[in-house]
Design a protein around this ligand. Sequence first.
Ligand code: FES
Length: 115
Amino acid sequence: MLIDTRPKVTVHVVQTGEDFPCASDESLLQGMLRLGRKGIPVGCVNGGCGVCKVHIIEGQYRSLGPVSRAHVTAEEESAGFTLACRVAPVTAVRLEVTGKFEKPFRNGIACTANT
Ligand code: FES
């Protein structure tokens, strides 16, 4: 059995109150999926569908690739909005889900785009 020894930071999802550890070389979404956790909606996992759109409230993160301008405008990006499948955490991060499935999270219900 392989042990994941990568250093991790904590990612907090405001709507669900969920915390999960995420390595700095994986996306916020990959970190959540690796642990089988929920909180951020999951779609294409490739920066194209926009369902994983989040607003980073606190913490630093870095880009892993381009985000679709159809889902995150340049203005939004500079204000901390991004796609969770396209950024990795640098420090502990607090985020809120703002994508298409934002509303169900307001009621504490986690869901994914493909269920
Ligand atoms: S899951 Fe589709 S853009 Fe992130």
